[in-house]
Design a protein around this ligand. Structure first.
Ligand SMILES: Cc1cc2nc3c(=O)[nH]c(=O)nc-3n(C[C@H](O)[C@H](O)[C@H](O)COP(=O)(O)OP(=O)(O)OC[C@H]3O[C@@H](n4cnc5c(N)ncnc54)[C@H](O)[C@@H]3O)c2cc1C
Length: 471
């Protein structure tokens, strides 16, 4: 069936790049997926539109041509959502947006227009020489599309909010195949819904962002012996929980556990969005004895150009909590107890990262995006638990153990009255429910908007990958 749909795409969309299984282009795209759970899926064809009207024609065929009636499709950006099926599918069609990755700026460089298939490195490499940036992802390989539609945590977020809060416009193909612009005056409800609504409203072809000024930044990291964790947690909590959060500070504290050596490594990346090597805000962290210090003043596009990881299975899980060093200490004990004796063939790495979500961060988007976060939640901490392992036969076992870790951590937080609602979609496992965490008003709003722009639920049905409003 999907083979006929791929033929219909070729007939009705002249010029559209279509690659079939076995071709070099198809294999290259499949190999570009970040997780094995995604690259193991095999669509019947991969289409790569290069201009918006090609993307619109392709969606029209996919939703209304009889040959495509029972064919599902996936929307692929830069493949960094690890869960299988989020941006690829088995036997259907995958729309690869990387053919639309152009970056341009307006005359005074206050706005950057970014093709939806661009990576953040494309954006930073273009904007850095102009002394401008966009509040985008920290690792340059990550996609503008997925990160922005799920919210977006950036080094600049304490200044300007989630990545999606810095948008002034999105161009997208609706379920009808119509190409529209969503902004504060044209389809304003759709504009708000897209900011956190992930891929539920259509295929975004272009994002227009407000830029921020940039010169160089404090980049790099510190590694501390795990025995110093309480001091590092205390420094982190002081920064994340500050009444007057330093808006240039963006820190991640990470706990890395290797099941083969049974060892923990404690690291932190205290980034500062100004070229200051020893900002005052990080003094308590700098005072903790470290094993290595790679902090330096660097250009964002150089620092964001991280080395690629080898193909592995990956899982993300998340939770949001109140700020407390004592909570982090207790979480470490719960995680250590749950993970210490767990192993699988060829081993597994666990990375538990904590990032501040201060009120200055949630203020710009409150009630303007669909994420449901607001300063009334207080200063918070977002946890990203990542697991990475080579042995695909262990996927089920890892999923079960990761769920146990998150549940143990949540239990500790609940006991201390520090568990928060927000489940950040871009860090969530497929089994978590980010939309429910946005709150009732937001869920009602998202569903109503989806009904208005896609009354027959075509996207809910034909684009099964990712978190679905109907699910
Ligand atoms: C190494 C790494 C670093 C990360 N760093 C950050 C970070 O700094 N900040 C942060 O907030 N998150 C970060 N993330 C999480 C990241 O935001 C998500 O994984 C995000 O989904 C990746 O987007 P993508 O386009 O690369 O992925 P994809 O897997 O290609 O897409 C993810 C989802 O978005 C949908 N989508 C993509 N493009 C479009 C489009 N044009 N229209 C409609 N739907 C679309 C896809 O259908 C899919 O469901 C990181 C992830 C990794 C693996």
């Amino acid at each position: 069936m999907a083979v006929a749909c791929c033929s219909a795409l070729a007939t009705h969309c002249p010029g559209l790049a279509i690659s079939l299984p076995g071709s070099a282009a198809y294999n290259l795209t499949e190999a570009s997926y970040w997780s094995l759970q995604e690259s193991n899926l095999q669509p019947s064809c991969i289409i790569t539109p290069s201009v918006p009207h090609e993307a619109a024609s392709a969606v029209q065929v996919l939703v209304s041509n009889p040959a495509c009636e029972h064919v599902e499709f996936a929307i692929k950006g830069r493949t960094h959502a690890p869960a299988g099926g989020f941006a690829n599918n088995n036997g259907g069609v995958t729309i690869d947006m990387t053919g639309m990755s152009t970056v341009t700026v307006n005359d005074d460089h206050s706005l950057a227009s970014v093709g939806a298939g661009a990576s953040w490195l494309d954006v930073y490499a273009y904007l850095d020489p102009l002394g401008k940036s966009v509040a985008g992802g920290r690792n340059g390989a990550v996609g503008v599309g997925g990160l922005t539609l799920g919210g977006g945590i950036s080094y600049f977020s304490p200044q300007v909010g989630f990545t999606c809060d810095t948008l002034v416009n999105m161009e997208l193909v609706l379920a009808s195949g119509e190409l529209v612009n969503a902004n504060s005056t044209s389809h304003p409800n759709l504009f708000r819904a897209l900011k956190g609504g992930t891929n539920n409203f259509g295929l975004v072809t272009r994002f227009d962002f407000t830029t921020v000024p940039i010169s160089k930044i404090l980049a790099g990291g510190l590694v501390n012996d795990i025995s110093h964790r309480s001091a590092v947690f205390s420094a982190f909590a002081g920064i994340a929980g500050a009444k007057h959060y330093d808006v240039h500070a963006s820190i991640v504290v990470g706990l890395l556990f290797n099941s083969t050596s049974n060892t923990w490594v404690l690291s932190s990346t205290p980034i500062y969005t100004l070229p200051e090597l020893r900002p005052k805000v990080y003094e308590p962290l700098f005072a903790v004895p470290n094993i290595s210090d790679t902090l330096e003043i660097a250009a964002l596009h150089v620092f964001a150009n991280e080395s690629a990881t080898p193909p592995l299975n990956w899982q993300f899980w998340t939770g949001t909590y109140g700020v407390s060093a004592n909570l982090l200490d207790k979480m470490f004990d719960a995680i250590n107890t749950t993970l210490y004796s767990f192993d699988i063939p060829e081993g597994i790495l666990w990375d538990i990262a904590f990032e501040p979500l201060p009120t200055v961060f949630t203020a710009p988007g409150a009630l303007k995006n669909s994420l449901g976060t607001s300063p009334s939640d207080g200063n918070s901490v977002v946890m990203l638990l990542s697991a990475l392992w080579p042995d695909s036969a262990s996927n089920g076992k890892v999923h079960k153990r990761a769920a146990e870790v998150v549940s143990a951590v949540n239990e500790v937080a609940k006991e201390m009255g520090l568990e928060k609602e927000f489940v950040y979609a871009n860090y969530a496992d497929w089994s978590q429910q980010p939309f429910e965490s946005y709150g009732e008003e937001s869920v009602r709003f998202l569903k109503k908007t989806a009904r208005k722009y896609d009354e027959h639920g075509v996207i809910q049905r034909k684009v099964p990958g990712g978190f679905k409003l109907s699910g």
